[in-house]
Structures are given as C-alpha cells and as structure tokens.
Write a protein that binds this ligand. Sequence first.
Ligand SMILES: NC(=O)c1ccc[n+]([C@@H]2O[C@H](COP(=O)([O-])OP(=O)(O)OC[C@H]3O[C@@H](n4cnc5c(N)ncnc54)[C@H](OP(=O)(O)O)[C@@H]3O)[C@@H](O)[C@H]2O)c1
Length: 258
Amino acid sequence: MNLGLDQKVAVVLAASKGLGKASAMALSAEGAKVIIGSRNAAELNEAAEDISSKTGNEVSCFPVDVSNSEQLTSFINGAGSIYGRIDILVNNAGGPPFGKFESFDDTQWQQAYEQNLLSFVRTSRLVLPFMKKAGSGRIINIVSGSVKSVLTNSVLSTAMRMGVVGTAKMLADELGVYGITVNNIAPGLILTDRIRHTLPQDVDPEEAIKEKAKSIPLKRIGKPEEFAALVAFLSSAQAAYISGTTIQVDGGASRAIF
Ligand SMILES: NC(=O)c1ccc[n+]([C@@H]2O[C@H](COP(=O)([O-])OP(=O)(O)OC[C@H]3O[C@@H](n4cnc5c(N)ncnc54)[C@H](OP(=O)(O)O)[C@@H]3O)[C@@H](O)[C@H]2O)c1
C-alpha cells in the first residue's frame, strides 16, 4: 500500500531513540522528509544519520528540550522554515518518573505537566498555521496504555496523558474543518531503553522480559517498528477519516472493553 507520504514533511519529537526514532524511521521509509528533535545532540545526530542512511531520505535534526517553551518554539519554527510546510506532527516526550502518588511534590507534578502535557499543547499550536495553510494535517500523540487501564506507579503518566487525550478530542473537533486529524497511540509494553531500565537488575534481562510477557495475550513484548507502523498509517492519506481516536498497540494487554 502506498501511504502517500513522499511529498510530506514530518516533525517527530523525542526521537533519538525508542518509539520516537522508530516513528521517524517509519515515516522516512515511506518517503516523508523528517525533522527530529531530542535533548542530547550527539545521540540525535547519530539517529538522524542512521535513519537517513537506512531510508535514503532527507532527515534533519535540532536539539530541543520539549519542556522548554522557548526551545520548542524555535524548534518548530526552524523545522517549518526548512521546507515551508509541516504536514505531520508526532508529539512525544520522555516518560515522567514512576512512583506512588505520595512520592511526588509540586515540582515533579509541574515538570511532568511541562514535559508530557503542555509540550503537546505548544507544538500543536505552533504547527497549526502550516497545516491550516495546506488544508490538511496529521497530529499524532504518543501516550500510554495507562489511559485505558491504570498501571501501578504511573500516576504522573496517567494524569498528564489523560489531559493529552482530552485535548486531542477537542482538537479533533475543532480542526476537522481544516482537514486536520488528531489521534493518540497508546503503547503497552514496547521494548525500548525506557522499558529496559525498568527490568529488575538481579535477573537475566531475557528472563525478565519473558516474565513481563506472560500477562500479554500475544506472549511477547512489542517491537518499536510494530508501534511505528501505526504512526505511518495514521499519517497516511488512507487514514484521512480517522480522527479523535486513541488506539492501543499492546498485544492485547489491556483487558478494558472501552
Ligand atoms: N516503550 C513503552 O513500552 C512505553 C509504554 C507506555 C508509554 N511509553 C511512553 O512513550 C514515550 C516514549 O517512550 P520510549 O520507550 O520510546 O522512551 P526512551 O526509549 O527512553 O526514549 C525517549 C526519547 O525521548 C527523548 N526525550 C526525553 N525527554 C525529552 C525532553 N524533555 N525533550 C526532548 N526529548 C526528550 C530522549 O532523548 P534525550 O534524553 O536525549 O532528550 C529519547 O530520544 C514516553 O513518554 C513513555 O513514557 C512508552
């Protein structure tokens, strides 16, 4: 299936590794010109070179901390000035710390708010002039399975991502008239560095992964490219009538019916 992305420009945040990088790779493999950002400049450059060498398509990168308003503004404006358009925005950020409700103070709540909710609001606002001008656009937010079924120790993630889901629903309602779709993708367990770091240190990593996979109907942890395939599809021409949704990529892990 040709996804119709070869003339498109995609911005992917938090994309030097993990789900962001896999999403950028999938979009680039479909022919999109991709602009990626994250904080560590060396890792970001390496990711951009890796994607470009594998797909043969142009990949640009600029360091950015998505929780910093000024950096985010110059990142999106800089990205927009490269080709004069932004067709696809993949909102992503590092996950907030895990922990119980009583372990977090106002500072940590504020940081999670800036990084995992307000950054999505800011980027969406900044790309709108480009998308409205084009009469089409795709905003895709990477959230978490915790928006469907709560996960232990993930109060910051759950609270911020519920804000993203609510905001996305409002944006889908307001922006449909401009041909802009807004959707969320909720990963279950997808094997990235973030997940590797949560594995118990005293157990063989392969065994720990097998243990985690036991409760997943497909009996394995997902691969970043399996997640990214949905990013590419939701970015496509074929997905033009899908908006306001939150779709899980979790091997069936969430047992919730709605
Ligand atoms: N993997 C899963 O199974 C899973 C499940 C549920 C939810 N999620 C969520 O999905 C998102 C991505 O997860 P992942 O597994 O891909 O994580 P990851 O492998 O740890 O990668 C995180 C990426 O985000 C960048 N980043 C972190 N903080 C940033 C910031 N403030 N500004 C800009 N870039 C930033 C990192 O680069 P720098 O550090 O250089 O900035 C890196 O490129 C997270 O929010 C995570 O909580 C993941």
